[in-house]
Ligand binder design. Structure first.
Ligand SMILES: C[S@@+](CC[C@H](N)C(=O)[O-])C[C@H]1O[C@@H](n2cnc3c(N)ncnc32)[C@H](O)[C@@H]1O
Length: 253
């Protein structure tokens, strides 16, 4: 392992705003901050969580936009979240924390109704493994547990398929869709929050890709998968010549 990564891991261990709960803590459901994040932040301000935060651009960007709210980035990779953690420290952001762990363990990190909002920023679209998508109903049920009533879930993604899959799950379960756009950078919903650009987003926009966004609220814990037809969608996409940009809404699924 490179010296740089080792230094980042050592920094993470020393940072007071970075947490790396061991699996035993997750398994025994004894994480120190669960249900007590207000004590960590020393206030009762609403908390937003970014899932798969990478370098934490949303965690940091939102924390700077909203000093009276708290933000927690979660990622598996310590060397990535170190970037956001270091920025927060160097810039005196007291409303920021990071957790190096798996999203799958989220119910061990937060209590019921502890979180106001979730951002999922450019997750792996899991094109072949629907059950692993961060908007698969099993994940949404976990988010339902930690979210307050009317808590909001935001998904920003380059993946047209993940966007359409997520929208179909929301529609199937009659969730309240607040905003949806297949091309936010050319839409009238663009605002300061959506202008925050992540590292992965910058790679996709440099290629000219459209960026999708959907935000919605979970009305109930009883969530089922949609009948989104993967093969139909994939076949329809495969028929489109590479040099032609066809909006995904024109695909038949
Ligand atoms: C494509 S990157 C996007 C990173 C960042 N949000 C961005 O837009 O630049 C996906 C991130 O999700 C993280 N990740 C993937 N699966 C995860 C999981 N189960 N739990 C936590 N993080 C995960 C990866 O480590 C990676 O940093």
């Amino acid at each position: 392992m490179g010296k740089n990564k080792l230094k980042r891991f050592a920094d993470n261990l020393a940072f007071e705003h970075v947490f790396e709960p061991p699996y035993s803590t997750i398994e025994s459901n004894t994480f120190e901050n669960k249900g007590k994040w207000n004590l960590f932040f020393n206030n009762n301000n609403p908390i937003t969580v970014e899932l798969g935060c990478g370098k934490g651009e949303y965690t940091i960007g939102l924390a700077e936009l909203y000093p009276n709210r708290n933000f927690i980035g979660i990622d598996l990779k310590g060397s990535r979240l170190w970037v956001g953690a270091t920025y927060a420290k160097d810039n005196g952001l007291k409303n920021v924390a990071f957790i190096r762990t798996r999203v799958d363990f989220i119910k061990a990190l937060f209590s019921e109704n502890e979180i106001s909002e979730i951002w999922i920023t450019f997750p792996d679209p899991q094109n072949k493994k629907r059950r692993k998508r961060l908007t698969f109903p099993r994940f949404l049920q976990m988010y339902h547990y930690i979210l307050i009533n009317q808590g909001v879930i935001n998904l920003k993604t380059d993946s047209n398929k993940l966007f359409h899959y997520t929208k179909s799950v929301a529609e199937k379960n009659k969730l309240t869709i607040l905003k949806a756009s297949e091309d936010i950078h050319h839409s009238d919903i663009l605002n300061d929050e959506l202008r925050i650009e992540t590292f992965y987003e910058s790679l996709f926009t440099a290629k000219g890709d459209n960026i999708n966004f959907i935000s919605f609220m979970l009305n109930s814990e009883a969530l089922t998968d949609s009948d989104f037809d993967e093969d139909l969608y994939d076949n329809a996409v495969a028929k489109i010549p590479h040099n032609e940009r066809v909006k995904p809404s024109k695909l038949t699924h």
